[in-house]
Ligand binder design. Structure first.
Ligand SMILES: *Cc1c(COP(=O)(O)O)cnc(C)c1O
Length: 414
C-alpha cells in the first residue's frame, strides 16, 4: 500500500486478530474469497435501483451479482423474496419498520434488558423516536423461558403492527409457533431479527422461523453467517410485503447499494450451502456446550441456565464478585476479547454491569473443538478468580497465545 499510516494499522489489527482469541459472539473471520469480493472493483460502481431496473447504465455485471446473491439467500433460508441491499443490521430493521408502519404505530419486541437489540426500541435510536415499542421478557431468568402469556396479554392490549422475535444477548431457543399464533390473533406481521443466529439457521442446526410461519426475517451477514458486514431482509412468500420492503430500502432510506459488499454476501451465501459449513455450525453449538459445562461445574450463574446457541451470558459479578467491566479488562490483558453485558434484573450500571457475553463462532472458524473450548473456559475462570495474580495471568496469556498460534485465522492478503 502507498498509504503507510493505514497499512501499518491494518497490519497491527491483523496481528491482534491472529494472536488473541475472539469470543465476542457477534464477530467472526471471513474467508479469503469473501474478503476478495469485498475488496473488489465493484466498489467503483453506482447501481441505484434493483436488477433490471437501475437508474444508471453499465449494469451487466452488477445485475448478475445481485441476482445471484438473492437466488442463493432465498435457497438458503427457504423463502421467496430477498433484499440484499441493506448496509447493515440496523438499517435493515429500520427499512422493515418504515415499510410496514406509520409513525406512532406499535412494535412488540424483546425487552432490551432481557436480550433484545438496540434497534428493538432503545430510547436513543431513531426507530424509538418514530414508533412505539412495547416489550416482553423472560418468565424465568434461570431457565430463559419467555413469558408467552404476558406477550399475548401485551399484544391484545397494545395491538402491535409488528411482533418481533430476536435478540443479541439471549441463549435459548424461541417458540416461533407461539409468536405466530399470537400475531394472528391481533393481526400483526411477524418479524424475526436473526442477526446473531442466521448462520446456524442457514445450516439447519437451529430452527428456521419461516418453517413456523414467520413473515419476515432480517439479519446481519457478518455474525454467524460469516460474510461481509451487511444486512439482508427476507420475506417468506408475501409479494406485497416484499415490494414495500424494496421501496423502503431504496429509495426510502438508502441510496446506491454497495455492490462489492453484495458480491461478498453472494460468496458467503454460497459457502453457507456447503456441507463444510454445516459441520462448522454444528461445531459452534458443541463448543458453546463445552464452555457451558465448565461454567456449570464451577457454579457460575448463566442467564437462562445455559445455552442452546452460540453464546453464553454469565453473571460474573453475582458468582465471582468480579464486575463485567473488570472481567472484560482482565481477560483482554491475557488475550481474550469479549464484552461486558447487563444481565436480566441487573442492579449495576450499563457501563459496568454484572455480566459478560461470549460465544464460539470465531474460535470455531479457527478450528477449535470441544477440548480447546473447555480449556479456554477454564483459563477464563482461572484468570477471573485470580485477577490480581500476575504470575497466573502471565501463564494464562502464554497458553492463550500458543493456542492462537496453533489455530491460525484464515489467510489474509495484507
Ligand atoms: C447485531 C444486531 C443488529 C445490528 O446490526 P448492525 O450491523 O450492527 O447494524 C440488529 N439486530 C440484532 C438482533 C443484532 O444482534
Amino acid at each position: 500500500m502507498q498509504d503507510k499510516q493505514i497499512e501499518k494499522l491494518i497490519k497491527a489489527e491483523a496481528k491482534r486478530q491472529s494472536e488473541g482469541l475472539e469470543l465476542i459472539p457477534s464477530e467472526n473471520y471471513v474467508s479469503e474469497d469473501v474478503l476478495k469480493a469485498n475488496g473488489s472493483i465493484f466498489t467503483n460502481k453506482y447501481s441505484e435501483g434493483y436488477p433490471g431496473r437501475r437508474y444508471y447504465g453499465g449494469q451487466d455485471f452488477t445485475d448478475q451479482v445481485e441476482r445471484l446473491a438473492i437466488e442463493r439467500v432465498c435457497k438458503l433460508f427457504k423463502c421467496k423474496f430477498a433484499n440484499v441491499q441493506p448496509h447493515s443490521g440496523a438499517p435493515a430493521n429500520l427499512a422493515v419498520y418504515a415499510a410496514l408502519l406509520a409513525p406512532g404505530d406499535t412494535i412488540l419486541g424483546m425487552d432490551l434488558s432481557h436480550g433484545g437489540h438496540l434497534t428493538h426500541g432503545h430510547p436513543l435510536t431513531l426507530p424509538a423516536k418514530i414508533y412505539k415499542f412495547v416489550g416482553y421478557k423472560m418468565k424465568n431468568i434461570e431457565t430463559g423461558e419467555i413469558d408467552y402469556e404476558d406477550l399475548r396479554r401485551v399484544a391484545l392490549e397494545t395491538k402491535p403492527k409488528i411482533i418481533l422475535a430476536g435478540f443479541s444477548a439471549y441463549s435459548r431457543n424461541l417458540d416461533y409457533k407461539k409468536f405466530v399464533a399470537i400475531a394472528h390473533e391481533v393481526g400483526a406481521v411477524t418479524m424475526a431479527d436473526m442477526a446473531h443466529i442466521a448462520g446456524l439457521i442457514a445450516a439447519g442446526v437451529l430452527r428456521n422461523p419461516f418453517q413456523d410461519g414467520f413473515d419476515i426475517i432480517t439479519s446481519t451477514t457478518h455474525k454467524t453467517l460469516r460474510g461481509p458486514r451487511g444486512g439482508i431482509i427476507l420475506t417468506r412468500d408475501n409479494e406485497e410485503i416484499a415490494k414495500k420492503i424494496d421501496k423502503s430500502v431504496f429509495p426510502g432510506i438508502q441510496g446506491g447499494p454497495h455492490m462489492h459488499t453484495i458480491a461478498a454476501k453472494a460468496v458467503a451465501f454460497g459457502e453457507a450451502m456447503k456441507p463444510k459449513y454445516k459441520k462448522y455450525a454444528t461445531q459452534v453449538l458443541k463448543n458453546a456446550k463445552a464452555m457451558e459445562a465448565v461454567f456449570k461445574k464451577n457454579n457460575v450463574r448463566m442467564i437462562g441456565g445455559g445455552t442452546d446457541n452460540h453464546l453464553i451470558l454469565a453473571d460474573v459479578f453475582g458468582s465471582l464478585g468480579v464486575t463485567g467491566k473488570e472481567a472484560q479488562t482482565v481477560l483482554d490483558e491475557v488475550g481474550i476479547t469479549l464484552n461486558m453485558n447487563s444481565v436480566a434484573g441487573d442492579t449495576r450500571k450499563p457501563m459496568d454491569p454484572s455480566g459478560i457475553r461470549f460465544g464460539t463462532p470465531a474460535i470455531t472458524t479457527r478450528g477449535f473443538k470441544e477440548k480447546e473450548c473447555k480449556r479456554v473456559a477454564e483459563l477464563m475462570l482461572l484468570v477471573l478468580k485470580n485477577k490480581d495474580n500476575k504470575k497466573i495471568k502471565d501463564a494464562a496469556h502464554k497458553e492463550i497465545k500458543s493456542l492462537a498460534k496453533k489455530f491460525p485465522i484464515p489467510k489474509r492478503f495484507v
